[in-house]
Design a protein around this ligand. Structure first.
Ligand code: NAD
Ligand code: UDP
Length: 317
């Protein structure tokens, strides 16, 4: 007799990270239901899955009641705008998907007795006062600042997940994702990496905000997917940082992209957005200990794979 397939619901499944997760869980033998309202995602990201009998797509805004027929084993809750320009353009929707959307997805997990994994973020640490950031740091977030709509939505979502875990016994997992890049990012999403690659490809100046001394730690998407997979299979309920500790200043990062792409672009400096975190680097001791996970891709390798993707995308049809 054939074994019944496990079923996973991936909210935000047509987005950058969600679509890579659809691929991974299908390859692990799951039946995948991808739910997305296509606000910042794209049907193109999952077009290659059309016709796969184990994959289905449901267009739905998860801030409204979520109906899924049949059993569910797992919910990966990834729906939310993620790029600063997206969440600054959609501040209310961002707060709603983090709060109402997370509540609906947790209610579904409780009803189906499914495990629930929340995509949280390094932004819960805000503009951090400790460096690197470990999970026991409570953060430094301006609740009424422009970025607050995203940071506070995710902090609320974490609190809601823990409440469902403590009061309803739902099996919850929380991944705090640090800056991730790779194929299927939108070239116009405003994040540093696609912006710099687009500018380098066109020979335009790379726009570094502030003096570029602020730091980030960039992780290749395949490493993130592996971390999420391991966490979803683990028994660990506390938040876990998943990120690449290789830290770099944004100015150095811009130079690295010019070098990698062989572009003759120059660098220009523009005003630093308000509340832009000055530093960011994950402490991944917990992920190493409980998931035996650490990133495999070094930045140079990940960046050149991503550049190949953007080169193909920007060619005329
Ligand atoms: P993305 O914008 O590509 O994907 C988000 C997806 O959610 C999109 O497909 C969008 O259409 C969908 N969505 C948004 N609101 C929705 C709603 N109300 N109902 C249904 N679908 C909705 O962004 P991403 O980079 O893939 O991020 C995915 C998740 O990972 C987000 O929750 C984000 O906060 C988190 N995250 C990402 C990063 C990163 O570096 N990419 C870092 C930290 C956290
Ligand atoms: N940044 C920049 N030029 C750009 C886009 C972003 O200098 O064209 C900076 C931004 O101010 C931030 C860093 O690059 O300090 C990373 O920005 P991103 O939007 O990628 O991610 P986040 O700020 O959410 O970490």
């Amino acid at each position: 007799m054939s074994k019944k397939k496990k079923r996973v619901l991936i909210t935000g499944g047509a987005g950058f990270l969600g679509s890579h997760l659809c691929d991974r869980y299908l390859s692990e033998g799951y039946e995948v239901i991808c739910m997305d309202n296509l606000s910042t995602g794209s049907a193109d990201n999952i077009a290659h899955l059309t016709g796969n009998d184990h994959f289905s797509f449901v267009k739905h805004d998860v801030t409204n009641y979520i109906h899924v027929g049949g059993d569910l084993d797992l919910i990966l809750h990834f729906a939310s705008p993620a790029s600063p320009i997206d969440y600054l353009e959609m501040p209310i929707q961002t707060l709603k998907v983090g709060s109402l959307g997370t509540h609906k997805a947790l209610g579904l997990a409780k009803a189906k007795d499914a495990r629930f994994l929340l995509a949280s973020t390094s932004e819960v640490y805000g503009d951090p006062k400790t460096h690197p950031q470990a999970e026991d740091y409570w953060g430094n977030v301006n609740p009424i600042g422009h970025r607050g709509v995203y940071d506070e939505a995710k902090r609320f979502a974490e609190a809601m997940a823990m409440a469902y875990h403590r009061y309803h016994g739902v099996e919850t997992r929380i991944v705090r994702i640090f800056n991730t890049y790779g194929s299927r990012m939108r070239i116009h999403d405003g994040r540093a990496l696609p912006t710099f690659m687009r500018q380098a490809l066109r020979g335009n100046p790379l726009t570094v905000y502030g003096d570029g001394s602020q730091t980030r730690s960039f992780m290749y998407v395949d490493d993130l997917v592996e971390g999420v997979w391991r966490l979803s299979q683990s028994d660990y309920t506390e938040p876990v940082n998943i990120g690449n500790p290789q830290e770099i200043s944004i100015l150095e990062f811009a130079k690295e992209i010019i070098d990698l792409t062989g572009s003759d672009s120059k660098i220009t400096f523009e005003e630093l957005p308000k509340d832009d975190p000055q530093v960011r680097q994950p402490d991944i001791s917990q992920a190493k200990k409980v998931l035996e996970w650490e990133p495999k891709y070094d930045r140079r390798e990940g960046l050149s794979k991503t550049f190949d993707y953007f080169k193909k995308k920007s060619l005329p049809e």
